[in-house]
Design a protein around this ligand. Structure first.
Ligand code: AKG
Ligand code: MN
Length: 227
C-alpha cells in the first residue's frame, strides 16, 4: 500500500486473478441487466468516450439537460440498478473506513482508445467517505493532482486488480485517465478496461435528494469531454 498523496492510497494487486475473474463475471451480469449507456456532457451534449452503467441503490448519470447527477434508475431502461456485488461490499467494509455502505458503484467501460479527462468527484453530498476505485483489464495511465485544476499532476500506471482509495485530504483531488496501454488486457477482450468506483452519495443521517438547492451542472463540470 502506497500513499501517493494524503488520503490517496494505491493498493497494487489487491485482487488476485481469480478474484478479478469473479468480479468480471458479476459485472457481465450487471451489464446484461443494466446495459452500458453513453453519457453526454451537460449543455453541449457531447458524448463521453467511456461507456457506463451502475449498480447499487443509486447510479451516476449525465446528459445534456439534466447534467451530472445520481438517480435510482437506469436512464434508458428506467429500471432500478442491480445490486452491488458482495465482493465489492466486502472491499468497502475492509478498506473504506466509513460507517455506512456504498450507495453507487459506477462501472466505466473503456474501449481501446477511450480516456477520461481530469475532473474531481464532487457530485456526492457525503465527501467524508472515500471513493474506492478498482481497475480490471487493460492497464492505464492514471493522472492525479491537487484540489485545484491547475495544481501540478503526477501519473501512475494502474494494472488489473489494483485498487485506489480517493479519500481524506485527496477526496476532491483532480484525476483522470490519459490512456490505456494496448495489448495489456488478458482478463477481458479487445484491449478494454473496466473501472469500478464505489461511492457513498448521501450522509447516513440524511435522505437522498438533489445535491444542491439551486440546480446547476455542478460537480464534474470541469470534466473535459474526450471523444
Ligand atoms: O477509470 C478510472 O480509473 C477513474 C474513473 C473515475 O475517475 C470516475 O469514474 O470518476
Ligand atoms: Mn473520478
Amino acid at each position: 500500500m502506497i500513499e501517493l498523496a494524503p488520503g490517496l492510497i494505491y493498493r497494487p494487486a489487491h485482487f488476485s486473478r481469480p478474484g478479478q475473474e469473479e468480479l468480471v463475471a458479476t459485472i457481465r451480469d450487471i451489464v446484461r441487466a443494466a446495459p452500458l449507456f453513453t453519457p453526454r456532457m451537460p449543455r453541449t451534449g457531447k458524448e463521453f468516450s467511456v461507456r457506463m452503467t451502475n449498480c447499487g441503490p443509486l447510479g451516476w448519470v449525465s446528459d445534456r439537460d439534466g447534467g451530472y447527477r445520481y438517480q435510482p434508475t437506469h436512464p434508458v431502461t428506467g429500471e432500478p440498478w442491480p445490486a452491488i456485488p458482495r465482493a465489492l461490499l466486502d472491499l468497502w467494509r475492509e478498506i473504506a473506513d466509513f460507517e455506512a455502505p456504498p450507495e453507487a458503484c459506477l462501472v466505466n467501460f473503456y474501449a481501446s482508445g477511450a480516456r477520461m479527462g481530469l475532473h474531481c468527484d464532487s457530485d456526492e453530498r457525503e465527501v467524508r467517505a472515500p471513493v474506492l476505485s478498482v481497475s480490471l483489464g487493460a492497464a492505464c495511465l492514471f493522472r492525479y493532482g491537487g484540489l485545484k485544476r491547475n495544481d501540478p499532476t503526477k501519473s501512475i500506471r494502474l494494472d488489473s486488480g489494483d485498487v485506489v482509495v480517493i479519500g481524506g485530504g485527496s477526496r476532491l483531488c483532480y484525476h483522470g485517465v490519459d490512456r490505456l496501454y494496448p495489448g495489456t488486457a488478458t482478463l477481458v477482450a479487445n484491449d478494454a478496461r473496466i473501472n469500478l468506483t464505489l461511492r457513498r452519495v448521501t450522509p447516513p443521517d440524511q435522505v437522498f435528494g438533489p445535491p444542491r438547492e439551486t440546480p446547476t451542472f455542478a460537480g464534474r463540470n470541469t470534466r473535459s469531454p474526450i471523444v
